[in-house]
Structures are given as structure tokens and as C-alpha cells.
Design a protein around this ligand. Sequence first.
Ligand SMILES: Cc1cc2nc3c(=O)[nH]c(=O)nc-3n(C[C@H](O)[C@H](O)[C@H](O)COP(=O)(O)O)c2cc1C
Length: 304
Amino acid sequence: MSTVTTSDTPDAATLSTANTTHAVQADQANHAAAAATRALEARYGAPWSAPLPAWNATLDALLAHRSVRNYTSQPLPEGTLETLIAAAQSASTSSNLQTWSVVAIEDPERKARLAKLAADQSQIREAPLFLVWLADLNRLEAAAGRSGASAEGLHYLETLFVGVIDAALAAQNAVVALESLGMNAVYIGAIRNQPEQVAAELGLPPRVLPVFGLCVGYADASRPAQVKPRLPQPVVLHREQYDAPSQQHGIAQYDDVMGAFQSSQGLSAAGWTSRSLARWRSRESLHGRDRLRDALHALGFELR
Ligand SMILES: Cc1cc2nc3c(=O)[nH]c(=O)nc-3n(C[C@H](O)[C@H](O)[C@H](O)COP(=O)(O)O)c2cc1C
């Protein structure tokens, strides 16, 4: 009697290939799980106890984010700026109003002047590219003017919120994009220390607010930055309703994690609570941003 091999009965060679494929897949899954665990534990500075989620390169990149303040002098490849802005413009935008703009600064002298206006932060001078992200209500206001339409809505606080939110979403898309390309960045909120002077330096029309800056460049490997742990999830993640009392425990844990992180960076071992409260201790601790409302009025925002 002869043995018939049909497509339903795999021969030994086929079985062996299938086994190898399964082994390779299992190996890849193990690697992905290990990478996910490493990334999650670095992000929280603590063991990850929840079930491991599905994982991919996008999550890897997001979880690996760290602000970088030291750059090499390596210029950015041609087309980088345009690619980053395409990523930024791909972010959602309220009602498709696109109430943001960005000014790209590469001129060393202008960067130096902006650094002076932003607490003299040396990374602004060092980064090959400095982006200032703007809440831009002027563009639609000008369009209204051209078409003789009323634009009363732009004078309300809500509309400024729209611009600030749009600018933030766009900028963060650019950050994800640049990090995926092997570059790094740090936001510069200090660009709001002296908003009128920044507006003058950048030639901004009325009703355009510098929301924050962004230094972009290649990280200097001799001065590396580490992933900074975040608050434990139960502190920020509320299920169904906001739960204030249960936050205390996680915050105390995080104070220890951040104290250890700070020490590992050669910084004072102060925990997150004390460091954060120092930023809110007094009017002076806002570094000039206590007068933001006045600055907004000066820049043409009525904030009704
Ligand atoms: C809106 C915004 C403004 C910031 N401003 C500054 C700044 O002026 N200077 C600075 O060195 N870092 C600034 N940062 C970076 C934060 O300090 C940093 O994101 C935070 O400490 C968490 O660290 P990580 O980004 O490395 O995870 C800013 C971040 C954001 C989101």
C-alpha cells in the first residue's frame, strides 16, 4: 500500500520549517515582551505589574522619550524641518481651524537673543534648530478682515485655548517625529518669560502668542540624558470618577523614585513633591510669567 501525501498531511520538511517558524516567532515575542518590560520599568522607575500590552516600535519610541539639552554641532539633514512640520500638521486641530504657526530659527545671533529672553538657557544657543510654536489667531482674523466678516469670537479666552491646544498637539507630533528620526529635543516654556520681547524679535503680528520653544538637534552622547520616571499610573489614571484620597500613596512612592533618579544624575535628592512645590511657592518662582495676563493684553488678546 502506498502512502499518499496530500496538502493536508505535511511532510517532515514542511513540519520542520513550521517548527522553526514557530520557534522564531516565539523568540521574537519574548524579545518584544522583554523590551516592553524594560521600557515600562524605566518609565516608572518601578517594576511593571500589569499584564504586558501589545508592543511595537511606536510604543518603544514614545516610552523612550527624554528631554535632551546637550547637542552636537551636527546639522540636521536637508528636508528635516519640512518633514517635522508635515508631522506637526498631521495632528488633529480644533474644527480644522489650524490656529497655530511656528517660527524656525537657525541664525546663531537670533538664537542667542532668544536665549537671553528665555532665562539664558544655553541649549537654545547650542541646538542647530530652535522652533517657536505660536497660538495664531491673526491668520483667521486677517481672513475675516479681507472678507468683511465679523470675528468677534476670537476675543474670547476659549479661542486662545484653542490656539494653545492646537500648537501643543502640533509640536508634540513634531517631537515624536524627530525622535523617530534619531534626533532629540527639549521644550522651552521660558519663552513666555518675556512674551512681548519674543514677539518683537520674531516680528509677530497682534494676537499671536509664543506658547513655547523647542530646541532640536542630535544628542551629545558624551552628556547623555536618561528616561525620567513618571508618577505611578494610579495617581493619574482614575476609573469612572476622580479619586483624590488614593493618590497620596503613589505620590510618596514617586518621591522616593525621583529622589533616587535625581541622585543618579548627580543632582539633589529632593523628591518630586518638594521640587514641584518650589515652582509654585511664590509669584517670583514663576520667573516673570506671573504677568502673563498683562502680556497677553499687550499682544492684543482681550480674554473676554
Ligand atoms: C511646555 C514645556 C515647557 C518646558 N520648558 C522647559 C524649559 O524652559 N527648560 C528646560 O530645560 N526644560 C523644559 N521643559 C522640559 C521638562 O522639564 C521635561 O519635559 C520634564 O522634566 C520631563 O522630562 P523628560 O521630558 O526628559 O521626560 C519643558 C517641557 C514642557 C512640556
